[in-house]
Design a protein around this ligand. Structure first.
Ligand code: PMP
Length: 381
């Protein structure tokens, strides 16, 4: 019998049955009052969930489109933008901004470390920046930025729009738009919300909405706040066709998150992640990110001497688990394990068992049950 194949990459993450069921529902017209009511509940519920007194935009598209929407609505050609780079997705922001004719400065963290907040403060004091971007969790490195601390510092720079890329974090790592002084936060459906790929959610503060208004006409059409605001305020109004079944799926995900609680969800992710990371270190892997700034949504694991990336991931797949390889300088040196969203302790025990079987098949002997013992002990703390 073939093993079940668990998708343990850092997104898409496993989709629980109640969310899958929403994908299989019979279609409704986007003007059907039943759908309009559901979309309204989603928009308002997401705003409440993230404590955003501006507007939540749950729209069709992926995280990259949300990056484009964030930048397009708060900057104009020739503006300065500061990018805090903790890995590959900082580079994506750089390319996006450069193509838009923005002047980009980058502050890059050392390998596995964050850029110190006082360094960001100093840079913002040197010249006027229209916006700053921070990746909450960079999926390429597993480094988690101190977004609350940065938000506190941003109070000294009220002219600069604070953008947080929460694609690999939000719904796992705690975030609070108003409370953390964030102007734009965004995520994608396939990450810690545990929905199929195809939608993003962008939260904009009142300050971000005001900045958009001050820009007049912008070149972008689909991602223009002004085009979407009438629909977000009254979803019976058409601008572009909503991804109906994904809207329902996201609403089910929102209900799951509301029931669990955002803080409780963060605490669960934290506990599970620290236990997973300790267990994997016990097998000889090294977590790239320094301890104080490790993501809770995924782990970026450098191989021990003697384990070959291609062989490891091929056998892991045969044994039933899909993980992601390293990106850029980490290709061949690392694998990336997602542990976010609606996965539970039993899923994680299964994953560790498969990793142990795989390492032994790779000729890297480990004692069966050794990482599971570490994991379960950590979980009882
Ligand atoms: N930002 C981060 C931090 C990400 O992890 C990703 C996707 N892995 C993106 C942006 C881009 O998202 P998408 O692939 O949904 O376009």
């Amino acid at each position: 019998m073939e093993n079940k194949r668990m998708v343990m990459i850092p997104g898409p993450t496993p989709v629980v049955k109640s969310i899958q069921d929403q994908m299989g529902r019979e279609i409704q017209a986007f003007g059907d009052p039943r759908f309009v009511k559901d979309y309204k509940e989603l928009i308002e519920g997401l705003g409440r969930l993230m404590n955003c007194s501006g507007k939540a935009f749950p729209l069709a598209g992926t995280g990259t489109l949300a990056m484009e929407m964030a930048i397009s609505n708060v900057t104009k050609r020739g503006d300065n933008v500061l990018i805090i780079r903790h890995g590959y997705f900082g580079d994506r922001f750089n390319e996006l901004c450069t193509r838009k004719g923005l002047n980009v400065d980058v502050l890059a963290g050392e390998e596995g470390k964050v850029v110190p907040v006082d360094e960001i403060d100093r840079k913002l004091s040197e010249k006027h920046y229209a916006a700053i971007t921070v990746t909450h969790v960079d999926t390429a490195t597993g480094v988690c930025a101190p977004i609350a601390e940065i938000g506190e510092m941003m109070k000294k720079h009220p002219e600069t729009i604070y953008i947080v890329d929460g694609v690999a974090a939000t719904g796992g790592e705690f975030a609070d738009v108003d409370g953390m002084n964030i102007d734009i936060l965004f995520t994608a459906s396939q990450k810690a919300f545990g929905v199929c790929p195809g939608m993003f959610i962008l939260w904009a503060s009142q300050r971000a909405l005001d900045r958009r208004k001050s820009l007049g006409m912008i070149p972008e059409y689909f991602v223009d706040f002004e085009k979407w605001l009438p629909t977000m305020n009254d979803p019976s109004k058409y601008f572009a066709t909503p991804a109906i079944n994904l809207v329902w799926s996201l609403l089910e995900s929102l209900h799951i998150i509301e029931k669990e609680g955002l803080k409780e969800r963060d605490a669960r992710h934290r506990k599970n992640a620290r236990a997973m990371q300790a267990a994997l270190e016990a097998l000889g892997f090294t977590v790239l990110a320094e301890k104080e700034h490790r993501a809770v949504t995924l782990s970026n694991l450098l191989y021990p001497e003697g384990v070959n990336d291609a062989q490891f991931r091929t056998i892991l797949l045969e044994e039933g688990i899909v993980v992601a390889g390293g990106i850029g300088p980490y290709a061949g040196r690392m694998f990336r394990l997602g542990h976010m969203g609606n996965i539970d302790v039993n899923d994680e025990v299964a994953v560790l068992g498969v990793i142990e079987r795989t390492l032994n098949r790779c000729g890297y002997p480990v004692e069966y049950g050794s990482s599971i013992r570490v994991y379960l002990n950590e979980m009882t703390k």
